[in-house]
Design a protein around this ligand. Structure first.
Ligand code: GCB
Length: 605
């Protein structure tokens, strides 16, 4: 080869490299696609099960010794080819973890671990002509970087919302592998931020699946009861592509509805229809089979219809005043700790709430898994769903806002067809400031814009007065439909003050006491003034329920909390042992005495 040829070849290689990198970068950006609605009823292949995992404290599978990103990271799943090859990891020899789960519970050695763990799973795949394949994750806490067959497909932050990538072009016939770098390090700009009162369970905590969809598919839709008077249903749908002229047939056989809608040039279609459905309510959680057919392929859902609204200080469900007999719940397994992740877990937790006499649950402090919301809908439990804008968020950081609003968007988009969800909550116990108001008012507007068939709220704080008068004052009152606040008289303030308390909520809106309660260790007995005893908690519930009855406009309560849950902030040996003990059930599912106080109070409501 002549010198000229060599130079020419070098130039060509350089050009090709630049081209290849830019194509790769472009492809990487486009693989993250908007969230699929109703994934549960699509054609899916589960990737749950055994995944190999490698704990990588210093992220050496991703960064070199100068903290530069490396090209031959763990995501390549390399194997030595020559005897002298140096490769310092081997997924196939690494330990296995059942997915979904959290590593803290799976492996005792990782109980307190916060950092990076790599996960890998192989799977077989048969490409189908003319179809797309999405890779869907129910949730990964906290940051996920996803690779398929060694190529990065995208990233996601936020530990409680689903996300998906179109990986069609990366899959090949036969064996394929997916690798996920999961990092649950806490950070100031994250949502939630550095401190929060629950366990920072790391890992692939919800289902993983491949979703088989046509080239042009129904991305998401909403079917809602718009108005009670005319019984008007509104249906809105969006395809994945901005393609006009596509016809979707909507059928609700039981209501004898069969309508065809045609998409506009944004790939969207909508229609209003008159219908007389039986309404969804806790007593009659009626849902209808709904079918949506595009190009001969039918997506089904089961959807209930109801109206939730406010009138002055009243909360109306289907036009009738309702009191929300609620309880707060963390997403933890019923027995012991660990992330709950199945319908079976959801069923037990929600059955406990039902036993307590509840018609409402506050799913705190982040969106719970989809099974929980669907099972609650089936069982007739209304839901408060929340994003983890908790305590001290980085209010002025634009990327923190983007993160929070993405989580809000995905929470709403995932559950917008669940009749039982009545309240979107945008925050919990946030300190007052102009920056906070700016941040939260934008979130509130966004929630209303995305969904005008539900109410928006947030758990505020009453700054208890030195005297006995409590006045709720929060600039955010104007941006929410329901005024909610947490108060801990009897726990963070003397229980003897409870009968003397007076309450002033100077807004013409319904009021929810979104938290009250106190800790007790199951089986510990003593006088009502002895902390941590069941009697202390029992007395606190008696005093609090009597006190709450005096609040004008009280439309519901969600005491703290159904079940003892793990928290790194609860350190008292022999009593807390890393559990927040404010549960009405112990971490082993035993009922404490206070359970019966609340049950009785709810029976009278
Ligand atoms: C609160 C928080 C909740 C805590 C609870 C407590 O106000 O909203 O996340 O766990 O108090 O136990 O102190």
């Amino acid at each position: 080869m002549r010198l000229n040829d060599l130079t020419y070849m070098k130039q060509l290689i350089a050009i090709l490299l630049v081209f290849a990198t830019s194509v790769a970068a472009q492809a990487d950006e486009t693989r993250k696609v908007p969230l699929l609605g109703n994934v549960i009823n699509r054609q899916t292949t589960s990737l749950n099960g055994e995944w190999n995992y490698i704990v990588d404290v210093q992220e050496c599978g991703y960064y070199g010794y100068r903290r530069e990103k490396i090209r031959n990271g763990f995501f390549r799943n390399d194997k030595p080819r020559q005897p002298e090859d140096l490769i310092e990891y081997d997924f196939d020899k690494a330990d296995k973890m059942q997915i979904p789960s959290d590593w803290n519970t799976w492996n005792q050695r990782l109980f307190f671990y916060e950092g990076t763990v790599w996960f890998k799973r192989s799977f077989n795949y048969q490409p189908k002509a003319g179809r797309r394949t999405l890779l869907y994750f129910g949730a990964v806490n906290y940051e996920a970087i996803v690779f398929v067959n060694g190529r990065e497909v995208g990233q996601h932050v936020g530990g409680f919302t689903p996300f998906n990538f179109d990986v069609t072009d990366l899959l090949r016939e036969g064996e394929n592998f997916v690798i996920v770098k999961v990092d649950n390090k806490r950070s100031r700009e994250n949502v939630p931020t550095l401190i929060f009162d629950w366990w920072n369970y790391g890992g692939i905590t919800r289902d993983v699946m491949l979703v088989d969809v046509p080239q042009n598919y129904i991305e998401n839709y909403s079917l809602q009861l718009q108005s009670l008077e005319g019984r008007l249903l509104s249906f809105n749908l969006k395809l994945n592509q901005p393609e006009a002229g596509q016809q979707v047939m909507l059928a609700i056989p039981e209501l004898k509805i069969k309508k065809t809608v045609t998409t506009d040039d944004k790939g969207c279609a909508s229609i209003n229809m008159k219908a007389k459905p039986q309404l969804w309510s806790p007593e009659h959680p009626k849902r209808y089979r709904v079918e949506m057919t595009l190009n001969g392929e039918t997506l089904i859902d089961s959807i209930g219809f109801r109206k939730i609204e406010t009138k002055g200080k009243q909360l109306l469900l289907n036009g009738t005043p309702i009191f929300l007999k609620g309880i707060s719940i963390h997403e933890e397994k019923p027995m012991g700790g660990g992330r709950a992740n199945s319908t079976a877990d959801a069923h037990i937790l929600l059955s406990w709430a039902k036993e307590l006499g509840c018609n409402f649950v506050r799913l705190a402090h982040y969106p719970h898994n989809e099974f929980m919301v669907r099972e609650a809908e089936r069982m007739g439990l209304m839901v408060w769903s929340e994003i983890p804008v908790y305590w001290t968020i980085d209010w002025t950081n634009p990327s923190t806002f983007d993160n929070a609003s993405q989580q809000l968007n995905d929470m709403i988009r995932r559950d917008q067809n669940r009749a039982n969800v009545i309240i979107w909550s945008i925050a919990n116990e946030t300190p007052h400031s102009a920056e906070r108001d700016n941040f939260l008012s934008r979130l509130s507007k966004m929630a209303h814009d995305l969904d005008n068939t539900r109410l928006v709220s947030m758990a505020m704080e009453v700054l208890s007065a030195a005297n006995y008068h409590n006045r709720l004052q929060d600039n955010m009152n104007q941006y929410v439909d329901v005024i909610s606040f947490n108060q801990y008289i009897g726990w963070y303030r003397d229980v003897k003050d409870a009968p003397k308390m007076t309450w002033e909520i100077p807004y013409d809106k319904p009021v929810i006491v979104s938290e009250f309660g106190g800790g007790a260790k199951y089986g510990l007995h003593g006088a009502p003034n002895q902390r941590w005893t069941e009697e202390f908690q029992e007395n606190l519930y008696k005093e609090n329920t009597a006190m709450l009855d005096k609040i004008d406009g009280l439309a519901g309560t969600t005491p703290w909390i159904l079940k003892d849950f793990r928290s790194p902030r609860r350190l008292l040996t022999d009593v807390q042992d890393y559990y927040n003990r404010k549960g009405l059930y112990s971490d082993k599912g035993e009922k404490k005495k206070a359970f019966y106080v609340l049950k009785q109070w709810y029976e009278g409501k």
